[in-house]
Design a protein around this ligand. Structure first.
Ligand SMILES: [Zn+2]
Length: 141
């Protein structure tokens, strides 16, 4: 068992992530260890509640299924897929292209994504390993 159990981002700010600290996932209610180093072991939603990585991916996939609003995700290093920040796969990249059209000659990547639900998105961002923005496409390309 954990000596300390946190449920919100506010609670996490008040302690050092060390020792026997756990968190309660607001989606599946599991009690899981917080990470040390870079990974915390959880993601935070807009309300400040904590969710385990598996639930973060589930929530992102549900939001993606609506296919209504722009979506932020990460482009894989090989430029072939997009994922959410814990690394959950969200879709496959097609027609990936990069140009130096960004501010001060920086890279702009444009591509299409077929998500795990089979819907299409247009994507753009700073390229491999970086955040990108997806916008829902109507119909198939
Ligand atoms: Zn969970």
């Amino acid at each position: 068992m954990f000596t300390t159990l946190i449920r919100t981002q506010a609670e996490s700010r008040n302690l050092v992530h060390r020792g026997n600290v756990g968190f309660e996932c607001a989606s599946c209610w599991l009690h899981l260890p917080t990470g040390d180093g870079i990974g915390t072991g959880y993601g935070v939603d807009r309300a400040g509640r904590l969710h385990c990585y598996a639930c973060c991916t589930k929530l992102d996939l549900e939001a993606m299924r609506k296919h209504e609003e722009p979506f932020h995700c990460y482009v894989a290093q090989d430029g072939r897929s997009v994922s959410n920040w814990p690394g959950g796969r969200l879709g496959e990249i097609r027609n990936y292209g990069e140009s130096r059209a960004g501010w001060n000659g920086s890279t702009v990547a444009r591509f299409r994504v077929r998500d795990v639900h089979g819907r299409w998105w247009t994507g753009w961002g700073a390229g491999r390993g970086m955040v990108c923005t997806l916008r829902p496409m109507k119909g198939a390309p």
